[in-house]
Design a protein around this ligand. Structure first.
Ligand code: DAH
Length: 374
């Protein structure tokens, strides 16, 4: 704070100021006090308060020190009493005011802080929505539970496969027409010179039948949930990526009855106890005999409707007894062993159960759709 012109008077003696009578003392001190009060009003924060305090109370060169040094000490005996009394009075006022300004600033700061840190318990809480498993995941889990209760194990396998596991070892040789229905995405071969890896995205979960039998001796009872890929254009019933669960049971005495009973149990557990199943002859290179598993229509209970195209039945999935040729690829004894296998589409199961007509809604991540299945 620059020294105001008025206060220049405190740098000079009373004699220099031409003051020789006590009544001029009162006016001099009144001027000082007025200047002090004016400055006190300007103190708005801690740093200006410090400057203000030092300007008036600083021991070495504060206004009060200068008054004491320049006015009081050299004063004539006739003025000394009056100057001393006025200085004491001014000092009391200055000290009290400086302290009061500080208290006021502290109170203000405390108020500001209190306002800033205040917690309003009447405000509504922060809503943190809890997510839930996607319908596909839920359907996987539901079917896994059914098979776990039958003593099956859940295994998973790679989505990138070699043609051997995806086709050859499943008794689908190169140029076999079954490959046409399973066109897939091939992973680009490396630059010329390196050996072509022949990698592809698996078209079904069936390769895990081979991986499992290569590494495990019978009895085998597994299911394989996972993603599969086909080079299909997306529409209401096709997607280039969808989901399957493969099943495989191999042992020394597994019969077609075991196969039928297991399939029927699965369908009744998943779709409801009143749903009936039937098997239709079919063809898969890795099963013999092969079957399509149909269920009585979940929409009309077999009476016939648009969903089942008025046949009363809905095609569910493919299955069959493991073709002995497959055992040859994994060094299993085809004379001693038998088994069944099946491969079902999870997306299809979910769509049938919940009456959906477009597979694409499962992959669009529209929360309004997904929320229905929490
Ligand atoms: N892998 C076949 C597909 O994706 C489905 C299938 C049919 C799997 C019969 C099987 C089976 O295990 O026995 O079209």
């Amino acid at each position: 704070m620059a020294l105001p012109v008025k206060l220049d008077s405190t740098s000079r003696t009373l004699a220099d100021l031409g003051v020789s009578l006590p009544d001029r003392i009162t006016a001099l001190f009144a001027d000082l006090r007025a200047e002090f009060d004016r400055e006190a009003v300007g103190v708005r924060d801690e740093s200006s308060w410090r400057v203000f305090r030092d300007a008036w109370l600083g021991r070495k060169s504060g206004v009060l020190t200068r008054v004491s040094d320049n006015w009081l000490k050299p004063a004539t005996p006739a003025l000394k009493r009056a100057v001393g009394a006025a200085l004491n009075e001014l000092r009391a006022h200055v000290e009290a005011t400086v302290q009061a300004r500080r208290t006021a600033l502290d109170d203000l700061a405390a108020q500001v802080a209190a306002g800033r840190d205040r917690v309003d318990l009447s405000l509504p809480g922060v809503h943190r929505p809890v997510g839930s498993a996607h319908l596909i995941t839920q359907t996987f889990r539901e079917i896994e539970r059914i098979f776990l209760s039958l003593g099956y194990s859940v295994v998973e396998g790679p989505e990138i496969e070699t043609p051997y596991y995806n086709f050859e070892a499943l008794n689908i040789p190169e140029h076999h027409p079954a490959r046409d229905t399973m066109d897939t995405f091939y992973i680009a071969p490396p630059p010329v010179g390196a050996a072509p890896p022949g990698l592809l995205l698996r078209t079904h979960t069936s390769p895990m039948q081979i991986h499992t039998m290569e590494t495990q001796q019978p009895p085998v009872r597994i299911i394989v949930p996972g993603k599969v890929y086909r080079r299909d254009n997306p529409d209401a019933t096709h997607s280039f990526m969808f989901h399957q669960i493969e099943g495989l049971a191999v042992d020394t005495d597994i019969t077609f009855c075991d196969f039928k009973g297991t399939i029927d149990y699965l369908v009744k557990q998943f779709f409801g106890p009143t749903v009936r199943t039937r098997l239709r002859p079919s063809y898969f290179p890795f099963t013999e005999p092969s079957a399509e598993v149909d269920a009585s229509c979940t929409a009309c209970d077999g009476a016939g409707c648009r969903v089942c195209k008025f046949s009363g039945w809905i095609e569910l999935f493919g299955a069959g007894m493991v073709d002995p040729a497959v055992y040859g690829f994994v060094n299993y004894d085809a004379k001693r062993l038998s088994g069944f296998a099946f491969g079902l589409g999870i997306d299809r199961f979910a769509m049938l159960k919940y009456g959906m007509h477009d597979i694409q809604v499962l992959f669009q991540n529209d929360a309004r759709f997904l929320r229905q299945f929490r």
